[in-house]
Design a protein around this ligand. Structure first.
Ligand code: SAM
Length: 341
């Protein structure tokens, strides 16, 4: 078991396998797009697997693949199969926009993927197309169906709540009655956005700013009031036993009789650094100790020039310097698509 210098158990590694994506969400990528990394700047699957094997020896037992869009990287199914075979790995999870799941879900399940988080911020086709800059809501919903057909468990739906989008939160809540989907409302995080002088970050992305973050207390209040008015009953807290197995900081609720749950994740309003259990590896091989901390460690050079013991030492160093908390500052130097969320 690995602990950091504040005694937190760190057993979860998020790996971004690509900076590329088949969507262009306004808050994740700048309008002009990002300059893709050159292929040799991106870690090979072999390098990622070597890193993962070292991480397992340092106490990591849970891996989530993210991106960019992880499913656009060729060879991802076999990569998942090889990661799954690492002794000490409890489960592999995937965060995806789901648009490629209809053709890939069955193979992913056969390769050993069990847990899927689907990002879907709106149920309005026109707004979906606007936010994703051209995506089709029907593709994402077909991906959600495919996730259930493939037997993934849990299937979670991540909804970033943004004030200016005026999302139909109750529409998402109603989905929990149809099948055991776990809808999680997440506070929009003001990341990215280079300042004009290039020395800092504004936290502005896609025209959204920190003013667009809706605190989860407000989200819950809306669900309670709108749910009761719509006859869905009283939203109840769910004990740890009733919540979908999770690796993160969501708090869960349920409307009576619903098959799925409603979760809230509050990175800003109730920040949960004391429970942080994770490290992040970016597609270009940078090890990040905190989502909001731009001090990254160069894993690529260690993987390309060092021994397995050097890789393990780098991970131990990351654990030693992982900050106690993020300083709530606005903006990170990299966009979410480059960090992996
Ligand atoms: N393409 C995949 C997807 O759509 O899930 C994985 C990568 S995406 C960067 C991972 C997650 O980050 C998505 O759920 C997305 O909504 C979230 N995300 C991106 N920018 C965000 C922001 N500023 N605040 C909160 N979540 C954000």
């Amino acid at each position: 078991m690995a602990t950091d210098s504040f005694g937190r158990r760190i057993d979860y590694l998020r790996i971004s396998v690509t900076d590329r994506c088949n969507l262009r969400c306004v808050y994740c990528m700048p309008p002009a797009g990002v300059a893709w990394k050159e292929p040799d700047e991106i870690l090979t699957f072999e390098e990622i697997e070597r890193f993962a094997a070292a991480a397992v020896k340092e106490g990591i037992s849970k891996i989530r693949l993210t991106g960019g869009e992880p499913l656009v990287r060729k060879g991802i199914v076999d990569h998942i199969r090889r990661l799954r075979e690492l002794t000490g790995i409890e489960a592999i999870a995937l965060t995806t926009n789901a648009t490629l799941l209809p053709k890939m879900a069955a193979d992913l399940a056969a390769a050993g993927l069990t847990r899927v988080n689907i990002s879907l911020d709106t149920l309005d086709p026109a707004v979906y197309s606007e936010v994703t800059r051209g995506g089709k809501l029907t593709d994402a919903l077909a991906g959600l169906d495919a996730a259930f057909d493939a037997g993934f468990d849990p299937v979670k739906l991540n909804v970033v709540v943004v004030r200016q989008l005026e999302q139909d939160l109750l529409g998402f809540a109603r989905m929990t009655f149809d099948r055991p989907v776990h809808v999680r409302f997440i506070e929009y995080m003001p990341v990215g956005g280079e300042s004009e002088d290039g020395t800092g970050c504004t936290g502005e992305s896609g025209g959204w700013t920190v003013e667009d973050t809706v605190p989860t207390d407000e989200i819950l209040q809306r669900l309670i009031v709108e749910g009761a008015a719509a006859g869905l009953g009283t939203l109840e807290g769910v004990s740890a036993n009733g919540a979908p197995g999770g690796w993160g900081p969501a708090r869960y609720y349920r409307f009576p009789g619903a098959a799925g749950t409603i979760g809230v994740i509050s990175p800003l309003s109730h920040h949960f650094c004391a429970e942080c259990n994770r490290l992040r590896l970016t597609a270009d091989g940078r090890l990040r100790t905190c989502l909001f901390c731009d001090d990254e460690l160069d894993a690529t050079t260690v993987l390309r020039e060092g021994s397995d013991e050097d890789v393990r030492a780098l991970i131990r160093h990351a654990l030693a310097i992982k900050p106690e908390s993020h300083d709530m500052r606005i903006g990170t130097l990299r966009r979410m698509s480059q960090i992996g969320g």
